[in-house]
Design a protein around this ligand. Structure first.
Ligand SMILES: *Cc1c(COP(=O)(O)O)cnc(C)c1O
Length: 380
């Protein structure tokens, strides 16, 4: 493959902070870059209680423990997502219930969520949390979802792993619910080569999450332990990379949005649709995801065609309720129509790197447009 879905894009400033780590010998975990990265991301997102973690998955695991979720508790989660949005529910021994998506943003359907909560309330078994995802950086119907969670007094966790820089009513995704997190994995909009950030609701929550992330040592001279801890902190070297990346986040959002706009304009004659931005929201368009209509080739044909041209593409995430791992989990739709399954079956993600050249994108566009003649040949 020579045109990738989403590749790292360095600012050139990362090495300054990494050198600092080396010259001061802060190679061991923690250190000044970690604190500075938390402060700087806290300023960018206007959020006070930040905890840098070794991954987004670790951040979500800590989020669930922070809310005291344990064995036999229920957690409601968007079904159309990456498996890391859900696996931490199993880490704490809780049970996921999957919620269908709606057609505009492709994220959690507020209607399906309300239906699931009403059913749960009737049974006297409300979930201990709801996990909403801003898929591919497109903001979910977060105002409605937050309101519904308030009504039922269920904490809301935002999986903002893909949506750093996306906003709703001037608020950054990740700061709208009770707890949120970002990922800085190599393919995300900015990277630390691997890492995450947990956004907590208070300083006491942060203190406890920090303790759990650093082997849960009690306040004694010797090593004293009362609860199970983890080794989940971000390293000082990785945080240095993050600081250099964070300086250019707004440029990266602009570049990804421009990639999206070019696809949209060039495919305006094709029978395709995209995730929509809800009013007063801005998507970072981490990946351009596209629904193929009836007049276009199938998703798999298009992927094969792109692969043949050296272009990486990928089906939309396979919903969790269709995964063998989660076969037995409960799944709630609005009226029986499986929206997320349809989005999966007809959805494709196109190369969206912020450092993709115009020439590269033109090649992707031309290759997609070429499949139109391919259809005609087939049907003649
Ligand atoms: C990447 C991602 C995660 C996990 O983040 P890691 O840093 O890779 O552990 C979680 N949820 C979603 C939706 C993601 O895309």
């Amino acid at each position: 493959m020579n045109i990738l879905l989403s590749k790292p894009h360095m600012s050139g400033r990362e090495m300054i902070y990494v050198e600092e780590a080396f010259s001061s010998n802060w190679i061991a975990p923690l250190g000044p870059n970690v604190n500075a990265f938390e402060d700087e991301l806290g300023k960018y997102t206007d959020h006070a209680h930040m905890l840098a973690t070794s991954s987004g998955t670790a951040a979500l695991h800590l989020a669930l423990m922070t809310l005291g979720i344990e064995k036999n508790d229920l957690v409601f989660c968007q079904t159309l997502t990456f498996v890391a949005s859900v696996n931490p529910i199993l880490y704490v021994g809780a049970t996921p219930v999957f919620i269908d998506s709606e057609d505009e943003t492709w994220n959690m359907s507020p209607e399906a969520l309300r239906k699931a909560l009403v059913q749960a309330a009737t049974k006297g078994r409300l979930p201990k949390a709801v996990i909403v995802v801003h898929l591919y950086g497109v903001v979910a119907k977060i105002g409605e979802i937050r309101q519904i969670c308030k009504e039922f007094e269920v904490p809301l966790i935002e999986d903002a792993a893909e949506s750093l820089g996306s906003t709703w009513q001037g608020l950054m995704t990740g700061t709208i619910g009770d707890i949120g997190f970002y990922s800085f994995n190599g393919n995300k909009i900015i990277t630390t080569s691997g890492g995450g950030m947990l956004l907590l609701g208070s300083d006491s929550q942060r203190q406890h999450a920090l303790k759990l992330a650093t082997q849960a040592r009690e306040n004694e001279l010797h090593y004293e332990h009362e609860e199970v801890g983890y080794n989940y902190r971000l390293s000082n070297v990785s945080a240095g990379i993050g600081r250099g990346q964070l300086e250019v986040i707004e440029q990266r959002v602009r570049a990804r949005r421009n990639v999206f706009k070019r696809y949209e304009r060039m495919f305006s004659e094709m029978d395709v649709t995209y995730q929509q931005e809800v009013p007063y929201s801005r998507a970072n368009r981490w990946l351009t995801a596209m629904q193929l209509g009836r007049d276009v080739v199938s998703r798999d044909q298009l992927i094969q065609h792109l692969t043949g041209a050296g272009i990486e593409s990928r089906p939309v995430w396979k919903p969790m309720h269709l995964q063998p791992l989660y076969r037995d989990a409960e799944y709630v739709t609005v009226d029986g129509e499986d929206v997320s399954r349809r989005l999966f079956e007809n959805g494709i993600c196109l190369p969206s790197s912020s450092n993709m050249t115009i020439g590269e994108q033109q090649k992707v566009i031309q290759t997609v447009l070429d499949t139109r003649s391919f259809i005609k040949e087939k049907s003649v």
